[in-house]
Ligand binder design. Sequence first.
Ligand SMILES: Nc1ncnc2c1ncn2[C@@H]1O[C@H](COP(=O)(O)OP(=O)(O)OP(=O)(O)O)[C@@H](O)[C@H]1O
Ligand SMILES: [Mg+2]
Length: 507
Amino acid sequence: MVANHDIDITVRRGSVHALIGENGAGKSTLMKILYGMQRPDEGTIAIDGETVDMHSPADAISRGIGMVHQHFMLADNLTVLENVVLGAEKRHGIAGRARARIKEISDAYGLGVRPDALVEDLGVADRQRVEILKVLYRGARTLILDEPTAVLVPQEVDALFENLRELKSEGLTVIFISHKLGEVLAVADEITVIRRGTTVASVEPGSVNSKQLAELMVGSELPSPQTSESTVTDVPVLSIDALRLCATDSDGTERTVLDEIGFTIHRGEVLGIAGVEGNGQSELVEAIVGIRHPDSGSIVLDGQDITGAPTRTRRESGLGYIPEDRHRHGLLLEAPLWENRMLGHVTEPPNSRRGLLDPKAARQDTERIVEEYDVRTPGIEVTAASLSGGNQQKLIVGREMSHAPKLLIAAHPTRGVDIGAQTQIWEQIRQARREGLAVLLISADLDELIGLSDTLRVMYRGRLTADADPATVTPEELGSAMTGASTGHLDQSEAGADAPAAGGEDS
Ligand SMILES: Nc1ncnc2c1ncn2[C@@H]1O[C@H](COP(=O)(O)OP(=O)(O)OP(=O)(O)O)[C@@H](O)[C@H]1O
Ligand SMILES: [Mg+2]
């Protein structure tokens, strides 16, 4: 298959250049070529007018090009200093100098990176700043960022854009890939659109709106999203009561990660949880899935107490799970797609029959998922690693929706997917909800949370500190609750005068 052909792109020094396109369009591939990780069969790359031949990332780095990948590549068990220096310095005994240099770079661009922090203790936004610092440390003057904002909440995106402007003002160049067109319009000086491996347009943000950008990406008009009516019933599917979970940090201190968490999700209800990453959402999900064991409290799924049950029992009782880290929990990267279709569901039909694996049925069903979820792939025998990021995500969503779950835990279900596929996934979740599915939705995308949820809760420092009605709450109100600035019921904006009386218990 050809991932890139007839690519034509010119990036000006000291600018932020955005690259957009559908899942599998060839954005990451193009950047890997520029970074020396893949070799083009034809064509040339010129830097400052001079043709260069890039054989490896080391070549690219020596020419001042650095890349932060779609999936982070830091070693968790090492410090920031060790990660930054790893592979860059050959001699020992330079820690002192390296530490000083890291501080210097961090200060120069306002990155706020602490050299001695352990990477595993850092949140996503901090890890990303470490990755950026790492390429700056190696002398990069052009930074390639592959979907840097996919994992960030709005405040973190603003902070990142502040960093990018800082880099730009120092004469550095940033190439930036994103599916969020609003962001692209806000931060880019120029936007190049890729469709099916080819550059189809280069535009300036002032001359287009996000609808026009989307249409350039897909080459046709987009369907407008359906409005949806409430399908919430009073039949509980998931009931969580007084859940408490403690964890020990790497320096030995005890920390309460989940504190008195309690809520119920009913048939036909989507409960959305908003929060800045690292406030306990991941741990809550892991407790429900069975990866972590709570210190106290209970979890009841469809009338059955599963607080101490193994993950497999939970799966078999109707739990679907779209994990936040698709590489660690969602896929076997080196296995073919059809084996990935069985992951987490080996004991269930169609993957097995009367206790025996049924690879033929699994293969057939994988074909169906590829078709229904528009997974762009040459076939089901290729490895999951060969799919583009967004197509990996579509495969996972398709798999988890295929077992008619009673409860779907959806952590960032549309992370990294293009807007066409996003609309499609939302529609699939809504359809299942109409048929009684209960959903716990965790997302950094506030539009997704507000658009998809029937009920909204805000999680802050391990507690559910606020709730809101998705029909009336604004992203700003949610954002402020996410930072702990407001608590309780959030819809004060309309309170008093002519607050709508509708909604409430009997909708
Ligand atoms: N390592 C690989 N081996 C084989 N094919 C690959 C490999 N990596 C990518 N491809 C294929 O190349 C095409 C372009 O993929 P690429 O990852 O560049 O897409 P993308 O535009 O970055 O998409 P996304 O928005 O989903 O990240 C896809 O069809 C993909 O399946
Ligand atoms: Mg990509």
